[in-house]
Design a protein around this ligand. Structure first.
Ligand SMILES: [Zn+2]
Length: 353
């Protein structure tokens, strides 16, 4: 990777198009953010409209960096869900209304006249952490992000693992307990049905309904629907016993899935990102304890389990890494295979330098 550091330092646009917020950054080859812009995702207006807002933010970010679009080498974008990324098409994105079959890259390429690439958002964050964050210096890495669901990405022998349906992202739907709770995907006992946002909140609500005394209930004025994982984490920090228990139980289930992934992938480092990961030791201690207790054949001691280093920046930095890697690849093999009905906007011999 380093040997292609030829003439000038290239700059990329990285877009993190989430279901709540859109963040765009101009990022240089060293992972430094030179300018950025944000927009609300307004997911209910659909993915195509969100892409337009992202394009708008791209122009603002470039201007904020004191650059012009001609100074940018390529665009990368991370979007939740599953995609036919090489064709620029979203297959599904549960976060957005009306996402099926939406062409994401073509409008970006047309608006900026730049090569553009996309991938699942967690895959993109994994690239960011691998290149510039907690995975730096390793060649085998697994990352998960904890949010509404559990998303994942894997680096195998220094390459992002991208299967034919970009499926590693759906690691949250591996079965942890065949008789477990019903998951929104239709399966029973999925990992995220135990450790996703809803499961964490439900755990706290059940304890309160069973009469346990906790500051959590007072903090939401006994409107239990308003409980959030962040609030539970804060209560744990303040010494609330029920909050600590909720995170302990959640960490236990997280540890089971992480132990499974360590047995499968034998990573050197396991990175945990996403909002709930900020619950810190309340979550990491039970996770590490459970992994040690369950991972034997590939001992947990061979794998560091660490929080994300890039935090909220993993999305835009990772998207810039995607842009750089894919731009290099597209120059090696000029025409990526497309399904035929989608015109490839990639110029055959792009020389941005
Ligand atoms: Zn599921």
């Amino acid at each position: 990777m380093e040997q292609e550091r030829a003439e000038i330092t290239q700059r990329f646009l990285g877009a993190d198009i989430g279901g709540t917020n859109i963040r765009v950054g101009v990022v240089d080859e060293g992972g430094r953010i030179l300018g950025e812009a944000r927009r609300p995702a307004l997911a209910e207006t659909g993915l195509r409209a969100a892409v337009d807002r992202a394009i708008d933010a791209m122009f603002e970010a470039v201007e904020g960096a004191g650059l012009s679009v001609r100074d940018i080498a390529a665009v990368g974008a991370g979007i939740p869900g599953g995609h036919r990324s090489r064709e620029g098409i979203c297959v599904y994105s549960p976060n957005f209304a009306d996402s099926r079959g939406v062409q994401v890259l073509q409008p970006i390429r047309e608006a900026l006249d730049l090569p553009a690439f996309m991938l699942n958002d967690v895959a993109v964050q994994t690239l960011g952490e691998y290149r510039f964050g907690a995975g730096r210096g390793y060649t085998q890495m697994v990352m998960i992000t904890l949010g509404t669901g559990i998303g994942g990405g894997a680096i195998v022998d220094g390459e992002l693992r991208v299967g034919p349906t970009e499926g590693f992202a759906e690691v949250g739907h591996m079965t942890i307990d065949p008789d477990g709770p019903l998951c929104q995907c239709g399966n029973r006992g999925c990992w995220e049905a135990f450790a996703g946002r809803e499961a964490i909140v439900r755990r706290a609500v059940l304890k309160i309904q069973r009469g346990r005394q906790t500051a959590i209930a007072e903090m939401v004025d006994y409107r239990l629907g308003s409980i959030t994982p962040a609030l539970i984490a804060r209560s744990a920090d303040a010494g609330d016993e029920v909050a600590v228990e909720v995170l302990e139980e959640t960490g236990n289930y997280l540890g089971i899935g992480i132990a499974n992934l360590i047995q499968l992938y034998n990573p050197e480092v396991f990175v945990i990102g996403g909002g709930i990961a900020q619950a810190g030791r309340w979550l990491f201690e039970p996770i590490i304890r459970t992994v040690r207790a369950r991972a034997h054949m590939v001992p947990a001691s061979t794998c560091r389990i660490v929080p994300s280093e890039l935090g909220d920046d993993a999305g835009i930095i990772g998207a810039s890494v995607l842009a750089r890697v894919e731009l290099g690849r597209s120059r090696e093999e000029p025409a990526p295979p497309t399904s035929g009905d989608v015109p490839s906007e990639l110029p055959p011999e792009e020389s941005a330098a």
